[in-house]
Design a binder for this molecule. Structure first.
Ligand SMILES: Cc1cc2nc3c(=O)[nH]c(=O)nc-3n(C[C@H](O)[C@H](O)[C@H](O)COP(=O)(O)OP(=O)(O)OC[C@H]3O[C@@H](n4cnc5c(N)ncnc54)[C@H](O)[C@@H]3O)c2cc1C
Length: 382
């Protein structure tokens, strides 16, 4: 840790920009590409696939203001991301309510090349799925203060860390819990749709606010004034007042809080078994007994936020085979067309085992596609 801190301090002083994680991997791959003399068309905006004699032979798009077509003898690999930022596609393919403004995916997640592959006969699967992440918004669906990038791109607050802490639960508009709040974030999004709970309400008390991080607040920080003014964060002295202010059924919420507080005493969540799995507990509070994920909601003031199924990317797309080749609805192969990543229907199907479940298959099937195309080149040369 000390070595890392020293390295960061040194680089800051020297004005060096150091990247890690994904940026570092991409940098290394770009370096290898350039060293091999492979041309890179940075800023190429693809909009068309060119088909000749039933085979995809080129990709066409705008590059530096001019229509540019890049031909390939052995295959075109689509690695163009999903369609999180394309509201028309989200309305067309996904469950409702949904909005492109709930996403945290990158601004390039625009989906037009998925539509282009569909135009060329590609089969699709799981277009209604996304890597859901609990996301909070104002009551009218607008962004709370501080949830926008410098260029105006919306990056709503995501709730991953705090969903398993004590003194915190989720309810629907009737005041009833409907899921184990410590579940995987994708499962939480699915549960919201299954139980007609969009939005759901996160309900918590003063101890949760003081002891754990929330949205952009670190533990112990005071709620942002603008959040209280806009109704993003609702604050009340009693559970009944909280219910009235948020539009949750007061009797339902009071009964649910009473049940939940009983579970906190015994440590056993009789409704959804929160805290029974190691998966739940590793994000709970190990100092909280008897259940690191379940604590009473009984210390005023009480708080609530509306939670929507935001996401970090869509998770359905064109259907590919084990060699990353794009398939038609009849199962035949679209010759010359490969795809990987979020523009495809994930190899994970409708489940998301954990972080990495989208990036890793994108890399793996990109590699497989390249090997497959390279084998064609080899066979042609032989
Ligand atoms: C905040 C956040 C946290 C995440 N954490 C994780 C994690 O922990 N683990 C994990 O596995 N995943 C995580 N993800 C998801 C992960 O980043 C994506 O699943 C992954 O980047 C998808 O890879 P991809 O190559 O399919 O698409 P992308 O990385 O989106 O790349 C596609 C590229 O294609 C470009 N493009 C799109 N259309 C066109 C076009 N017409 N012409 C030219 N270029 C085009 C886009 O601009 C983009 O640069 C996270 C995402 C976010 C936003």
């Amino acid at each position: 840790m000390a070595r890392l801190a020293l390295a960061i301090a040194k680089n800051t002083l020297l004005g060096r920009r150091v990247v890690a994680h994904g940026g570092a991997i991409q940098g290394r791959m770009l370096e290898m590409t350039l060293k091999r003399g492979i041309p890179v068309f940075g800023g190429f905006a693809a909009d068309r696939l060119i088909e000749e004699d039933g085979q995809i032979v080129a990709v066409s798009g705008m590059f530096r203001g001019e229509r540019t077509t890049v031909r390939s003898r052995f295959g075109v690999l689509m690695n163009v991301g999903g369609f999180s930022r394309n509201n028309a596609m989200r309305q067309k393919y996904q469950r409702h309510p949904i909005s492109a403004s709930w996403t945290n995916a990158n601004p390039g997640d625009t989906g037009e090349m998925i539509e282009e592959m569909i135009r060329h006969g590609a089969d699709t699967e799981n277009l209604d799925m996304a890597v859901w992440v609990p996301t909070s918004l104002n009551p009218d669906g607008t962004l709370p203060a501080g949830a926008q990038g410098k260029d105006g791109t919306p990056y709503p607050f995501m709730h991953v860390g705090e969903i398993a802490v004590p003194h915190y639960m989720w309810v629907d508009k009737h005041g009833n819990r409907f899921v184990n709040e410590a579940s995987s974030y994708v499962e939480l999004g699915e549960a919201m749709y299954r139980h007609d709970a969009v939005p759901a309400f996160a309900v918590f008390d003063d101890r949760a606010m003081r002891n754990y991080a929330y949205a952009s607040l670190m533990p112990g920080m005071k709620p942002v004034k603008k959040w209280l003014e806009s109704g993003f964060l609702v604050k009340a002295d009693t559970i009944e007042e909280l219910a009235k202010k948020t539009g949750i059924d007061p009797a339902g919420l009071a009964a649910q809080v009473a049940r939940y507080n009983r579970f906190a005493e015994t440590g056993v969540d009789e409704e959804f078994h929160k805290g029974e799995r190691q998966y739940d507990r590793f994000r709970g509070d190990p100092t909280h007994k008897p259940n690191p994920c379940v604590g009473a909601i009984d210390k005023a003031p009480f708080y609530a936020t509306r939670i929507f199924p935001g996401d970090v990317g869509t998770f359905g797309g064109v259907v590919t085979d084990e060699r990353a080749r794009v398939l038609r609805t009849d199962g035949s192969i679209i010759e010359g067309l490969y795809a990987t990543g979020n523009c495809t229907s994930s190899v994970m199907g409708r489940s998301y085992p954990g972080p990495g479940a989208s990036i890793s298959p994108a890399f793996t099937f990109g590699y497989i596609a390249a090997k497959d195309a390279a084998a064609k080149a080899h066979n042609t040369a032989a």
